[in-house]
Design a protein around this ligand. Structure first.
Ligand code: C2E
Ligand code: CA
Ligand code: CA
Length: 247
């Protein structure tokens, strides 16, 4: 009902280049503004929607809302950056996914280069020709693909190298532990080196401190996302970070 009552909205969290700190993208994150409960965290309702199958309808709404937003920004002459949308396993398993995505891109007249899809490690590690095929098709459409929460699941390195993906998102648990005396630094460096060796970019998530940023930069992480730069913010606030076209 939240969907039909218009209680869902998207916030956008900036992603920046680790070296120049320039804005290079955004992740669209869903929010539920409940009339009595206030903002409900996606961590609370997304798992329920996944179990009930309603994630398909919600996921479709997220995709179309993000693309409509990109189209609106383009229409006002703003230089837009690519927007990353989270894809749940159920969405990925739909044989119609590629058609749905390309139809939505056409409907809003948005070039595929402005859309990124975040897959979970769990999705990507399902060993099947279907997974390989689905990833290849999305890649062939010109969409950027990334693996979310990388390092927390059961990644098979032999699958990974077969996939036409673009980016690994280093899970925030490793990033946040960088400040403490743990093995996180070793893990983060290993992920960055492996990713680069396989031709993938890396983005670190959950960067909150200067020390974390310095470490990531020093070890060649390409992109940064986290509270240190900005929290997820409403579309109108995000728009102010975008430059007018030609600027
Ligand atoms: P995620 O995809 O791993 O998203 C990153 C989460 O980390 C977001 O939480 C974001 O607000 C938070 N975050 C970002 N930077 C920092 C930081 O510096 N420190 C800390 N402590 N947290 C940070 P959020 O928005 O609550 O989303 C939680 C999860 O809900 C997401 O994790 C994702 O799995 C899911 N989700 C959100 N939106 C969607 C959606 O549209 N579709 C699907 N399928 N899942 C979504
Ligand atoms: Ca994500
Ligand atoms: Ca993540």
């Amino acid at each position: 009902r939240a969907l039909s009552k218009g209680e869902l909205l998207l916030h956008y969290q900036p992603q920046v280049d680790a070296v120049t700190m320039q804005l290079i993208g955004a992740e669209a994150l869903i929010r539920w503004q409940h009339p009595e409960w206030g903002m409900v965290s996606p961590g609370r309702f997304i798992p329920i929607a996944e179990n009930s199958g309603q994630i398909l309808e919600i996921g479709d709404w997220v995709l179309r809302t993000a693309l409509r937003q990109i189209a609106d920004w383009r229409a006002t002459g703003i230089t837009v950056v690519p927007v990353a949308v989270n894809l749940s396993a159920l969405q990925f398993r739909q044989t119609s996914l590629c058609d749905t995505v390309s139809q939505a891109l056409r409907d809003f007249d948005v070039p595929p280069q402005l859309l990124e899809l975040e897959l979970t490690e769990r999705i990507a590690m399902e060993d099947s020709s279907f997974t390989l095929d689905q990833i290849s098709k999305l890649h062939a459409m010109g969409i950027t693909l990334s693996i979310d929460d990388f390092g927390t699941g059961y990644s098979s390195l032999s699958y990974l190298r077969r996939y036409q993906i673009d980016k690994l998102k280093i899970d925030q648990s490793f990033v946040q532990d960088l400040d403490r005396e743990t093995d996180s630094g070793t893990i983060v460096r290993a992920i960055i080196n492996m990713a680069h060796g396989m031709g993938f970019k890396t983005i670190a998530e959950g960067v909150e401190t200067q020390a974390q940023l310095d470490y990531l930069r020093q070890h060649g992480c390409d992109e940064i996302q986290g509270y240190f730069f900005s929290r997820p913010i409403p579309a109108a606030d995000f728009e102010r970070l975008l430059l007018p076209a030609g600027a």
